[in-house]
Write a protein that binds this ligand. Structure first.
Ligand SMILES: Nc1ncnc2c1ncn2[C@@H]1O[C@H](COP(=O)(O)OP(=O)(O)OP(=O)(O)O)[C@@H](O)[C@H]1O
Ligand SMILES: [K+]
Ligand SMILES: [Mg+2]
Length: 676
């Protein structure tokens, strides 16, 4: 099961975030966030007016100006603090990872022997030998041997995993340790491009780019800011025309209250925290865009075996057909499985043992092993005496037997359907042109799957189960697990076809995979989650890697993506709704300052015009740190459809966003009015 990385906020992180809040005041940095840059510019103007009042022909109260300056400064600092705090966790994680990235000595295979070289000198294509107790010097593929590897440095999971040449468990990661045996590894990355390097860059946020969604929102917020800037700048001359004198610090306070500073200050923290939540979950997202795409997914493609079911399909029974005996089915099932290293193949030999069934191992001597392939859906052996033994998916074996002029026993279909209807996988066993019987492979649906699919349905996500199994088994498991749709007898290339079909309808598709033959589909999907245990090809094609290699985790990743989008939407709604209340506080106050008779506009009953302005401004500043926990944690998430969510968000964060500041500003004013 998935492990959750622990990463608490330490006092060290808070301290360095405080320091960074000041470093980020650099206008060149601030410019990337137009909303807060305008606040910083305003802060600077008020500072100048306070320090050099003579130059500005201002009659302002210096105490008021100093107060406005300080509140504005803190507004900017609070926004910087939110971003720095969000970045802090990633930095802490990067430091831990950097410690794993030790320089080791590699045993590089060179002409005529082995040479010790520093791991930093290894290049793509180099071959190294790694033995028990040694650190694997770089990312690569096992090309010879089998070993158990401790990957806890990367996955946090202490149980060693088996890595072997060929197949789907051949990729190894630099910085992990071989705990038994010796393997030969072909290095697949050049220095600086390794998995750990990429992981460090990711969590550090070094390559963090704004996602298209963030860019769009940023443009919207910048446009709002520009509009309010023009409004406020033109307000002064218009007021002057009708003989109303508006003070510059008051206008700046008005501007800052009008522009969407709450979301402007929290936007980048929300994005970073969203990525971080995925990382806490032991999933590495290659970009923030991938995490957001997860939040927008409409269709999810899931494997049956190993994702929806436990995947340890075990032979549980040999069933003869066409008048054959159980012993004969067992015997040839065993011969076909002698060199079949898949869990299915091994389970056949185990069933022989538990049922004390015998077979003659010698017939296999000198035979040629036919490996299981997802394309052929069969495995077996071509014996030395010319006979051919196969086991595999029933329709494949039927075709194979028919091609050799054989006939199909009349009771085969009924027996096959019997197994399939119980959700089992039937494998037919044949020798030459005769089908002898069936192997009943049992698998179990993981508990809680139905609940999860119900949740996905409520989120409006369609689930499609893909399986190489026959339609009846597929239908039984699909029904038991509660997926929306299924594709049976599918070959790897069928997955791409399904993904393309869904995408052509404008849907965003997510899938998981681990094999090399999953790589094209992982690349085609909008969210491709590769298993860390899988092949390098799969990991490179995918835009996310699950370090725990739990294929059903895609469901949680989608939930995290949704939560990120929702948090951003909720806080944007809250921020804009919030500003409305500030107009009611600050605009009447501003005019009352110029024309005292206008105090009738003071519907909030605020103490004085000065205290009204300061209270609105203080509320505007402190709402940012108050919302940091929500921005970092994400809003509470209940699975429901997008339209219901939108409705709920408008009620909670829209109406809440209007009411909260009325109360907040009123309360602050009660205190502030004691001084002004
Ligand atoms: N070791 C094996 N030897 C022969 N046939 C096999 C073996 N393993 C599986 N099969 C048959 O091949 C079919 C396809 O297997 P494969 O592992 O590609 O897909 P699957 O596991 O059924 O599907 P998925 O993993 O997508 O749910 C299986 O349904 C089974 O009938
Ligand atoms: K504001
Ligand atoms: Mg499979």
């Amino acid at each position: 099961m998935s492990t959750q990385r622990k990463s608490m906020l330490t006092s060290g992180m808070v301290r360095s975030a405080i320091k960074d809040s000041f470093v980020k005041l650099n206008p060149l940095t601030m410019m990337k966030n137009p909303v807060m840059f305008v606040v910083e510019a305003g802060t600077f103007v008020v500072l100048l007016m306070t320090v050099f009042p003579g130059y500005f022909d201002t009659t302002d109260d210096i105490g008021f100006n100093v107060t406005v300056f300080l509140i504005l400064l803190f507004t900017v600092l609070f926004a910087n603090f939110a971003e720095a705090l969000a970045e802090g966790r990633g930095k802490a994680q990067a430091n831990t990872l950097k410690k794993t990235k030790k320089e080791v000595t590699a045993n590089k295979v060179v002409a005529g022997g082995v040479k010790s070289v520093p791991s930093a000198e290894l290049r793509k294509g180099d071959i190294v030998i790694v033995s028990q107790g040694e650190m694997i010097p770089g990312d690569g593929e096992v090309i010879e041997g089998i070993a158990s590897v401790d990957e806890s440095a990367i996955t946090g999971e202490s149980a060693p995993v088996i890595k072997e040449a060929g197949g789907d468990f051949s990729s190894v990661t630099g910085g992990t340790r071989v705990v038994s045996d010796t393997i030969r590894v072909r290095i697949t990355t050049d220095p600086g491009e390794s998995f750990i390097d990429r992981m460090i860059a990711l969590v550090e946020g070094a390559k963090r780019q704004k996602t298209p969604n963030e860019l769009a929102l940023n443009t919207l917020l910048s446009s709002l800011t520009l509009i309010f800037l023009i409004v406020v700048v033109t307000l002064a001359p218009i007021a002057k025309y009708v003989n109303i004198e508006l003070q510059v610090p008051v206008l700046i306070a008005l501007l800052v209250c009008l522009i969407p500073t709450t979301i402007g200050g929290l936007l980048s923290a929300i994005g970073i925290a969203g990525m971080d939540r995925v990382t806490q979950f032991n999933v590495l997202a290659m970009s923030g865009k991938a995490v957001e795409a997860a939040g927008d997914i409409n269709t999810m493609i899931l494997d049956k075996t190993g994702t929806i079911t436990f995947g340890n399909r075990m032979a549980s029974e040999f069933i003869p057909v066409g008048g054959e005996s159980e012993e004969r089915v067992a015997e040839w099932a065993a011969v076909s499985s002698l060199k079949d290293d898949t869990p299915e193949g091994r389970s056949v030999l185990e069933l022989m043992k538990t049922n004390s069934l015998r077979y003659d191992e010698k017939v296999a001597v000198g035979g040629e092993f036919i490996e299981f392939k997802a394309e052929t859906r069969m495995s077996g052996m071509d014996l030395k005496d010319g006979r051919k033994v196969r086991k595999g998916a029933v329709d494949s074996v039927k075709k194979w037997v028919a091609a050799q002029g054989g006939s199909i026993p009349s009771d085969l279909d009924a027996r096959t359907d019997g197994i399939a209807r119980e959700g089992g996988t039937p494998l037919a066993v044949a020798i030459d042109n005769r089908i002898l019987g069936l192997i009943y492979l049992k698998d179990t649906v993981k508990p809680g799957m139905r609940d999860r699919f119900d949740q996905l349905r409520r989120m409006g996500i369609k689930t499609i189960m893909c399986t190489g199994d026959n339609p009846l088994t597929a239908a039984t498991i699909a029904l038991e697990a509660g997926v929306d749709d299924f594709i049976a007898e599918s070959k790897p290339e069928d997955k791409i076809a399904v993904i393309r079909r869904e995408q052509a309808e404008g849907k965003l598709v997510a899938m998981t995979g681990d094999g090399t033959n999953d790589a094209p589909a992982l690349a085609q999907a909008d969210v491709g989650l590769a298993m860390n245990s899988g092949t390098t090809a799969a990991k490179e094609a995918a835009n996310m890697v699950d370090l725990d290699s739990d294929p059903s985790k895609i469901i949680e990743v989608v939930a995290i993506g949704k939560q990120l989008l929702m948090t951003r939407g909720a806080l944007t709604t809250f921020s804009i709704a919030n500003d409305i209340a500030k107009y009611f506080a600050i605009i009447p106050a501003m005019f009352t300052l110029a024309i005292p008779e206008m105090h009738v506009l003071n519907i909030m009953g605020l103490g004085s015009p000065m205290s009204a302005i300061l209270s609105a401004l203080i509320f505007n500043a402190i709402i940012i740190p108050l919302l940091i926990p929500l921005a970092m944690r994400g809003v509470a998430y209940k699975p429901m459809s997008a339209s219901r969510l939108l409705g709920r968000n408008i009620v909670v964060y829209g109406i809440g966003g209007v009411i909260v500041p009325f109360i907040g500003i009123k309360l602050i004013d009660l205190i502030v009015h004691l001084w002004v």
